[in-house]
Ligand binder design. Structure first.
Ligand code: 8Y4
Length: 285
């Protein structure tokens, strides 16, 4: 019997995209207020594009524990003018981070490329809002609701529980007529997870490859970096890059980041390593 296998360690085969975070919430954790104004946001987007970003993620609602809820009207007013401004000036994919059906509809009408929903289309009307479009949809896992999700997160096995959740959400989306090739999955680092849950997820992220959909990982500057390293939010770059690369090596296709230039560089190194890797064929007997 001959066993012909290929040594694939370090060899990434997944296409990797970098998603740059642009917040337009006045109370957001790390970009708070700075990009409230469209011109500032556009300058930020222009810089990200120059640095090789693939997708711009615009969020008008803060999901930080304790954040004030934003009305539908206010969220549309924050997000849609910026979406229009970006799409009229740049040739770049734009994702709208929202859980509200009417924000999704407005985003789709204004040429958004992706809906990034931390509530995985579970709010009323959301599946309906996206189904007759061609936007991609990121289904993120969250346990509980933002205000209280970090109080006492509990799982049987965090990976198994999230896979069960994904299977249910995928089935609901397919049943409603959303094409499978529009779906992206995200385990939701930091959303109803302890530090141990977050590292268990990161260490075993490759288990989600069994679902055969693109994976998105959002770890940049989060508490799982800051609490492990005891670093303030502006001191988390090295930790964030390392975690992002670990995610990519396990199959993540999109990394959601604040630091676009550094993340694009890190991914370029991985791609070069994959390209130069010797393909060793091990033939036994
Ligand atoms: C410092 C910086 C501390 C950022 C906390 C944070 C994800 C997401 C968020 C994610 C997807 C955040 C909208 C939380 N995280 N969307 N959104 N995946 N798909 N916190 O992980 O960035 S907001």
């Amino acid at each position: 019997m001959s066993l012909n296998t290929t040594n694939n360690d370090c060899l990434i085969t997944n296409p990797v995209k970098v998603m740059g975070i642009v917040n337009v919430t006045p109370d957001s954790f790390s970009d708070g207020g700075k990009f409230a104004d469209i011109d500032n946001a556009l300058a930020q987007v222009e810089c990200m594009i120059a640095n090789g970003v693939d997708i711009i993620d615009i969020g008008g609602e803060s999901t930080r524990p304790g954040a004030i809820e934003v009305s539908e009207h206010d969220e549309i007013a924050r997000v849609i003018p910026l979406l229009r401004a970006i799409k009229s000036r740049f040739d770049i994919d734009v994702s709208i981070d929202t859980s509200k059906a009417n924000v999704m509809k407005a985003a789709i009408e204004n040429n958004a490329d992706m809906i990034n929903d931390v509530r995985a289309l579970q709010n009323k009307g959301c599946i309906e809002a996206v189904k007759d479009s061609n936007v991609e949809v990121c289904l993120m896992h969250m346990q509980g609701m933002p205000r209280t999700m970090q109080t006492n997160p509990q799982y049987g096995n965090v990976i198994d529980d999230i896979i069960t959740f994904f299977n249910q959400r995928i089935a609901d989306c397919l049943q409603a007529g959303i094409e499978r090739n529009r779906l992206i999955l995200d385990p939701g680092f930091g959303f109803g997870k302890t530090l141990a849950h977050n590292y268990h997820l990161l260490a075993n992220l490759n288990r989600f490859n069994q679902l055969d959909l693109p994976l998105l990982a959002g770890i940049s500057r989060k508490s799982m970096i800051g609490n492990l390293l005891n670093r303030d939010v502006e001191q988390r770059l090295a930790g964030s890059l390392t975690a992002a690369i670990v995610a990519v090596q396990q199959g993540a296709s999109i990394i959601r980041v604040h630091d676009v230039q550094e993340s694009v560089d890190a991914v370029a190194i991985l791609k070069a390593v994959a390209q130069y890797k010797e393909k060793i064929s091990l033939v036994s007997q």
